[in-house]
Ligand binder design. Structure first.
Ligand SMILES: Nc1ncnc2c1ncn2[C@@H]1O[C@H](COP(=O)(O)OP(=O)(O)OP(=O)(O)O)[C@@H](O)[C@H]1O
Ligand SMILES: [Mg+2]
Length: 360
């Protein structure tokens, strides 16, 4: 039962950038929050400050109300798995896990019980006597996770723990970690720059940019209701059209759509799966540039007359041919001006899509 509270925390490295800039976040008991953002956005720095491996320049961090801001790592109830995990290669698996417990003067019999229990939990029961150098990459990552879990931390901190693994193993491990995290109900902060990882694992996502929060929300909200153009473009595939609004009509190249906002410039964002296409002989918005069939669906690449490229997801790619003129109808869209959301249609594209063809 643990709550992490981060309040107005900043980190300015000497001669360096403001890596974290007045960042605040509350992680609820048992919650898994993902920090998502581009390289250099301050994710690791923030996590390292929570773990005690970096000192904040200002701000406050508490766990269950207790101020931990200045505590050394070993005095904190946190367990951290680092971006580049460092197992002790001269020790076997058991000793890697037992090390931290020995430091804490846990009796030998209890060490054995806890280490074996946690190895079972991560699916490595019976691996205690193996040298860590004889393990696969995925097994080593599980040992690194087990080494944190065995200390029974109140807060688990994971910094891109699967970054070095192949796609397949990554998907499997993230399901395992999510299962373990939910079974233990352990409050977790998870850093990733993989959006799939964040969307599939997190209770909430924090999108970070330049050390600051761009948006904090549930994964489905971050995906469907991105608050800024940065979030819209960073999570998932997104079409972006820069144009102008005049009397409630948005225009970019020869594409127009009703947009009930005041006159001025606007950026219109539409997901590929929310864009309906229709092949037309007259007055096309753009022409088919490429058609890709992914089996489960197709992607049509469009070229607009001004050179803008647009992607649309279609159920029947065989209906489209390169060079054909098409008209676009957005089923759901968001519009931004000066970096702020000014309009959004609340249609769930996946439910509202009409079929492109009804086979007789
Ligand atoms: N010890 C340090 N000294 C000076 N600058 C640092 C130090 N550690 C990180 N930085 C800088 O702080 C910023 C944030 O770095 P950080 O490692 O937190 O980014 P990140 O979001 O984890 O990126 P990545 O996705 O590449 O791991 C970067 O500009 C980085 O160069
Ligand atoms: Mg990092």
């Amino acid at each position: 039962m643990s709550v992490l509270k981060i309040t107005d925390v900043s980190k300015i490295f000497p001669n360096g950038p403001k890596a974290v800039d007045r960042f605040s976040l509350d992680v609820a008991d048992g919650e898994l929050v993902c920090l998502l953002g581009p390289s250099g956005s301050g994710k690791s720095t923030l996590l390292r400050m929570v773990g005690g491996f970096e000192t904040p320049s200002s701000g406050l961090m508490t766990i269950d109300g207790e101020d931990i801001t200045r505590l050394p790592p070993e005095k904190r109830p946190t367990g951290m798995v680092f971006q580049s995990h460092a197992l002790w290669t001269h020790m076997n698996v058991f000793k890697n896990l037992a090390f931290g417990l020995k430091l804490r003067k846990v009796p030998a019999a209890e060490i054995k019980r806890r280490v074996e229990g946690v190895l079972d939990l991560v699916g490595l029961g019976g691996y205690g006597l193996r040298s860590v150098t004889q393990l696969s990459g995925g097994q080593q990552q599980r040992v690194a996770l087990a080494r944190s879990l065995v200390l029974e931390p109140k807060i688990l901190l994971l910094d891109e723990p699967f970054a070095s693994l192949d796609q397949h193993l990554r998907e499997r491990l993230r399901e395992e970690v999510r299962d373990i995290q939910q079974r233990l109900k352990i409050t977790t902060l998870f850093v990733t720059h993989g959006q799939d990882e964040a969307l599939s694992m997190a209770d909430r996502i924090v999108v970070m940019r330049d050390g600051r929060t761009e948006q904090i929300d549930r994964p489905d909200i971050v995906y469907r209701e991105p608050r800024t153009p940065f979030v819209a473009g960073f999570i998932g595939s997104m079409n972006s059209l820069d144009g102008t609004v005049t009397k409630g009509i948005f225009t970019a190249a020869n594409f127009t759509v009703g947009l009930p906002v005041s006159d001025g410039p606007a950026t219109l964002c539409v997901r590929p799966e929310a864009l309906d296409l229709k092949v037309v002989a007259d007055g096309p918005h753009g022409n088919v540039h490429r058609v890709t069939d992914y089996g489960t669906h197709g992607l049509v690449d469009l070229a607009l007359p001004d050179g803008t490229r647009i992607k649309a997801m279609v159920a029947h790619p065989d209906l489209f041919q390169v060079g054909q003129g098409v008209r676009m109808t957005p089923q759901a869209m968001a519009a931004y001006r000066d970096g702020m959301l000014i309009h959004r249609t609340a249609i769930d594209a996946s439910l509202s899509r009409p079929p492109e063809r009804i086979d007789a």
